[in-house]
Design a protein around this ligand. Sequence first.
Ligand code: UTP
Length: 271
Amino acid sequence: MTRIRKAVIPAAGLGTRFYPLTRSQPKELLPIVDKPVIQYVVEEVVASGINEILIITGRGKEALTAYFEDHPLDGERGASFGIDSLPPINFVNQRQQKGLADAVRYAKNFVGDEPFALVLGDTIYTSKTDVPVTAQLLAAYERLNSPVIAVERVQHEKISDYGIIDGKEIEKGIWKIDALIEKPEPQNAPSDLGITGTYVLASDIFEMINKIQPGKNGEYQLTDALALLQKERPIYGVEFEGTRYDIGTKELWIKAFAEFTRKDVRFSNLI
Ligand code: UTP
């Protein structure tokens, strides 16, 4: 386990790709088998040694806060939600949905001067080893003493859905980043290494966020802030050992639901 104690989970996005479902239902509370996505995310960071959590919420996300309040059934037989084993969860409200980098800005007070894990509220990781993916990134941060970003190879035709890195592989699966580009056209992309939604960062990211302008879609892009940071000091892409389930679109959510159901002995006979 590392010394890094804090995790920030942005979950304020409008989820427009899920309309109309997300008119009043946060996508982070969509079920995957019998738990909402956000619970997988929280369990992942807790299993990685994190003991202070900040969830960034926003418009129409009141149910997310309610989910983590005490409930009369907590501790009852059959109630799977082990709130007693969870660290305190803090919430902050992103006032306008101006992009991921803007959301991260709201974590400044919580983070203080400490390094922190940044883990998206709409993405679940499963590990191929005993070490959760967040813990793999935390260990890489400590070893390299530099910000790290989880990356994975993405299909050529999907490249324009991702922030893409350019860099040199300094050891197996560790890339020293030379450039970051948000959603390039596949023919202009420097690589097929896509940024997937887990980061370990230090407090200097906030200075970089303050310098950027809104980019693609009028949103403040974290990739742009990371590109500024990369000019100041080394940052690394880490190919993690595991599988990522982004549940941000209907198709991806349905696929993730089906895959988790197939792997769950309680329900696998149903599909
Ligand atoms: P996405 O771009 O996938 O989420 O952001 P979105 O904006 O909710 O989705 P669409 O594009 O409208 O369908 C990735 C993560 O960043 C958070 C989201 O909640 C998600 O966890 N986010 C995004 C914020 O917290 N605030 C924002 O302004 C934007």
